[in-house]
Design a protein around this ligand. Structure first.
Ligand SMILES: Nc1ncnc2[nH]cnc12
Ligand SMILES: [Zn+2]
Length: 328
């Protein structure tokens, strides 16, 4: 079994495998543009974040009913367990569904019905993080937070995702402030394609407790020093960065430089069905291409629990499992 770890950056909609997409399309009487699974997989070649988002939102059309969202989440949890995941903090994009006429409750109830027995079935504890789409109006984000209010016992935090460049975090100050007042944790995608200044803004204006991606932080030495001192975690997604061409190759990936600079770095899958691998595949990829040792992987696994929203007691238990793990 792979080393125990937490996954802190995975979009549930990005775990939709082509086979399941076709099954759900059939179930819902939808015809996909792509004739079959092989042709769809061939379309998984991207120039940048925007070209990926186009297909990502298009394929979501197959997700219509509670059962669809349940099956999507159950399939992810089963695969995650096989990758050594013991705890998953899972993003979902309600606006991508409500704008298509799928009610907020359909999405949340469906996901929850898979999440509620995840610990018993798969040995994976879970949390949900509601992401606002930063390329949509702020008022839509406020309305989404309002829709979430009756369901806060099922939602741990809020995040910010979708097209980054031209959509600085500061635009969402009011929404994040309101989310904070509701007791929600706050994270944000920043510094994936956008500049280091967006990472600063996410920290200073949104009160982000974790930065999703954050790789462009390296362009600003003062910011790197700040992140090292405060230990605000980065949820880094190496396969994603290569597939979306934020980084040329895995061998060029800045993960090792971020670790060497003393940052609290974690490794995650982002949208595993689109980017060629799940979270442990990412661990093995960076190990091979960046020359990380088994002990480096242990550090990354430890970091994943340290950076999680689990209680200090549960974090300590899981970190003890990481420390006791023997590489095969
Ligand atoms: N890598 C990513 N960046 C921004 N938004 C996303 N939504 C799904 N994956 C994303
Ligand atoms: Zn992401």
């Amino acid at each position: 079994m792979p080393i125990p770890k937490a996954e802190l950056h995975v979009h549930i909609e990005g775990t939709l495998e082509p086979e399941l997409a076709f099954e759900l399309a059939r179930r819902n009487g939808i015809t996909l543009k792509h004739p079959g699974v092989a042709e769809l997989r061939e379309a998984y070649s991207f120039d940048d974040l925007q070209s990926f988002l186009h297909l990502y939102y298009e394929l979501m059309d197959v997700l219509r009913t509670e059962a669809d969202f349940r099956d999507l989440a159950a399939a992810y949890l089963e695969r995650a367990a096989a990758q050594g995941v013991r705890h998953a903090e899972i993003f979902f994009d309600p606006q991508a569904h409500t704008t298509r006429g799928v009610p907020f409750e359909t999405v949340l109830n469906g996901l929850n019905s898979a999440l509620e027995d995840s610990e018993d079935r798969y040995g994976v504890s879970t949390a949900l993080i509601l992401c606002f789409l930063r390329d949509h109006p702020v008022d839509d984000a406020l309305a989404t937070l309002e829709a979430a209010r009756p369901h806060l016992e099922h939602i741990s935090g809020v995040g910010l995702d979708s097209a980054e460049v031209g959509h600085p975090p500061g635009k969402f100050a009011e929404v994040f402030e309101a989310a904070g007042r509701l007791g929600l944790r706050r994270v944000a995608h920043a510094g994936e394609e956008g500049p280091a200044a967006y990472v600063r803004e996410a920290l200073e204006v949104l009160g982000a407790e974790r930065i999703d991606h954050g790789i462009r932080s390296l362009d600003d030495p003062d910011l790197v020093e700040h992140l090292a001192r405060t230990q605000v975690p980065l949820t880094v997604c190496p396969f994603s960065n290569v597939r979306l061409r934020a980084v040329d190759t895995l061998a060029d990936h800045p993960l090792r430089r971020l670790m060497d600079a003393g940052l609290l770095v974690t490794v995650n899958s982002d949208d595993p069905s689109y980017f060629g691998g799940h979270v442990h595949d990412n661990y093995l990829g960076v190990q091979e291409h960046l020359g990380l040792s088994d002990e480096d992987l242990r550090t990354l696994a430890r970091n994943s629990f340290t950076a999680s929203f689990l209680s200090p007691e549960r974090r300590a238990e899981l970190i003890a499992e990481v420390d006791a793990y023997r590489f095969g």
